[in-house]
Design a protein. Structure first.
Length: 317
């Protein structure tokens, strides 16, 4: 049985997805050998999906036709609704050379790589993603290009550059020699006070981000000494959240350590990403505050596997 995500099938038919429906919106008919009904939790037999513009209009039993429609016939395939990935980084793919690539590749290189990864993601069946961090807002440009139909990809909600503290997980100059470190500012997503937090969020609004991503704890892959220590104060987190909610943003918090998770939840973030070392107190607080959890289990498995192959500096391994 071959699973074919609906958006991937339609993308193959049209080359790029259509997002704006017009009075003359095209009609597409997808004829599937089987269809997964996720509402009722069962497998359907032969089914026909009628799409007008970028919206599914109806699902019909059997193999049916529509006059004048673009028809995609897949009698041996099983169709399924598009998937959603709530934690992606479409403009980067970690490799053995990632730590040195940052000294050779330009922002434009990462942006172009992003078009490749966006297409792969769509054809893998993911029709919507939340991109929670990049280096130079290149994922904002990627989102805009997808929305215009210039490149194929899923619908993207992007945080642009993440917000963190000097030397923290959001500080891209970690591990650099002193004369190359510079002094990243709120414009770069680096804050060191509640006042900086407001400026950083407002810069994201100006840049066209869809949400805010903060780094209240250390991270596994940066070249600092801890992946768990808290790296934002409660006051800084509260300021980010207050500013973000003023501007209609949700706030996702990268957090491994228990104390960082506690601060993030009390500070009002909307989701905890990773949550590797959360404890019972964290879980209780998350339930009380209605905080969403995005566990990203596969990321830990990938890193552990590659550490055994010698991909990382000692402190990361």
């Amino acid at each position: 049985m071959r699973l074919v995500p609906l958006a991937a099938a339609v993308a193959a038919l049209f080359a790029v997805p259509t997002f704006a429906q017009s009075p003359a919106a095209p009609v597409t008919v997808v004829q599937c050998g089987h269809l997964i009904d996720v509402v009722h939790g069962k497998m359907l037999g032969a089914s026909t999906i009628v799409i007008v513009g970028d919206r599914v209009k109806e699902v019909l039993d059997g193999t049916q036709q529509r006059a004048g429609a673009n028809t995609l016939s897949m009698p041996n395939a099983t169709c399924m609704p598009g998937l959603i990935d709530s934690h992606t980084h479409l403009t980067g793919q970690f490799s053995k050379s990632s730590y040195s690539d940052q000294f050779r590749l330009n922002p434009a290189d990462y942006a172009i790589q992003g078009t490749v990864f966006a297409r792969r993601t769509l054809l893998a069946g993911f029709t919507s993603v939340r991109n929670v961090g990049d280096n130079n807002n290149e994922s904002i440009a990627l989102r805009n290009a997808v929305n215009k139909g210039e490149v194929p990809g899923p619908r993207i909600l992007t945080a642009g550059v993440p917000i963190g503290s000097t030397g923290g997980h959001a500080d891209g100059s970690d591990g650099y020699r002193w004369d190359l470190q510079g002094d990243p500012t709120p414009k770069d997503g680096i804050i060191n006070s509640p006042e900086d937090a407001w400026k950083a969020v407002r810069q994201h609004y100006k840049d066209g981000a869809d949400l805010i991503k903060i780094m209240p704890s250390g991270g596994v892959l940066d070249e600092s000494s801890s992946s768990q220590n808290p790296q934002l104060t409660l006051a800084e987190i509260q300021a980010v959240v207050a500013a973000a909610h003023d501007y209609g943003f949700t706030v996702a918090a990268h957090a491994h350590g228990a104390e960082a998770i506690r601060r993030a939840v009390i500070g009002g973030v909307d989701s905890i990403e990773h949550g590797t070392f959360m404890n019972d107190e964290d879980m209780k607080l998350m339930k009380e505050h209605g905080t969403w959890y995005v566990p990203t289990i596969i990321a830990g498995q990938f890193v552990m596997g590659k550490a055994k192959e010698g991909w990382y500096p000692p402190q990361v391994a």
